[in-house]
Design a protein around this ligand. Sequence first.
Ligand code: PLP
Length: 365
Amino acid sequence: MVSVSRRSLIALGAALPLLGRLDWAVASPPLTETDKVLLNYNESPYGPSQAAREAMQQGIATSGRYPYKHMYALAALFAQQQGLSEEQVAVFSGSMAALRYAVLAFTSETRGLVMATPSYEVPRQAAESNKAPVREVDLNADHGHDIPAMLAADSNAGMLYLCNPNNPTGTITPIDAVRQALANKPKGSVLVVDEAYIDFADVPSVVSWVKDHDDLLVLRTFSKVYGMAGARLGLAIGHPTLLERLAVFGGDNVPAATTLLGGLASLEDVKLLPQRKALNQQLRDETVAWLKGRGFTCTASQANCFMIDVKQPAEQVVETLAAQGVLIGRVWKNWPQWVRVTVGNKREMARFREVFAQFDTTKQL
Ligand SMILES: Cc1ncc(COP(=O)(O)O)c(C=O)c1O
């Protein structure tokens, strides 16, 4: 046992310098028979950038000290890049934590949550744990948030949650609709716009709006385009008084120094985001075109995931692909024939197409 694991470690060590020299974009190692293709969590197939990896390694040496210095540096750099002040940026161990705290802060037994369905379920779960009423509103015909219906859903809502681009569909809610939500939401409520996937999309962020609106909270994550899901780093952006209301629940939820330094290096690397965005778009759009050519409908995604109407109970398709080592999903209850697929690297998407070809409806006719 010991010698096997030591051998495999040596093999991994030998591969690292080579990977280091390769451009990250082409570094998709060949799949072996036993490799699982992980297209089921909207993670990045590339992981942290080379610069982030090096910064994280340096962070180990600073880990004897509390990481606040790095945290403030990260908030300051993000704020500077976005034209905000650093008091408008709060750093958390993942945006999921910030989202949960937002739900706990802005909803109650009398002030509910309004959100779309299908969408990211974390706010619903947090509201339920807070005994707050939850109104879920179907996406509209374009798979955007149905803002008029959301505004009408609960005149006493404490929080409206808007995921843009939306998880799981990857679809966009137009900026005018977001503006309409902010202008017309119930008095005393907060609009939370989750921009976890905005870096992949060709639409503007609403992050700058927090300068003029103390009832808007925007969430960002380093888990997606920056490939740091396992390092846990997310941001909440809003008026300082709004951020204080989150801090009550988890102001001590500070990421490790290694994570913060990796995040800083990711933000400093100005070429990284456009490169990864372009590659994701290319692989997503060619996969969607391939699926359409085989008779499937897909959501018009601008994220690193999309959904396919598989024209049968989607759980069956998930299981069939899983048995062949390709993990996709999840399936949302009210869209039982649709399945979410994360955009992986070039080889992973080739493998996905290889196994998904068995469902080709044009061949079955
Ligand atoms: C819409 C959305 N928000 C937040 C998160 C959580 O991100 P983090 O890893 O920063 O907690 C996810 C993760 O998949 C997500 O899809």
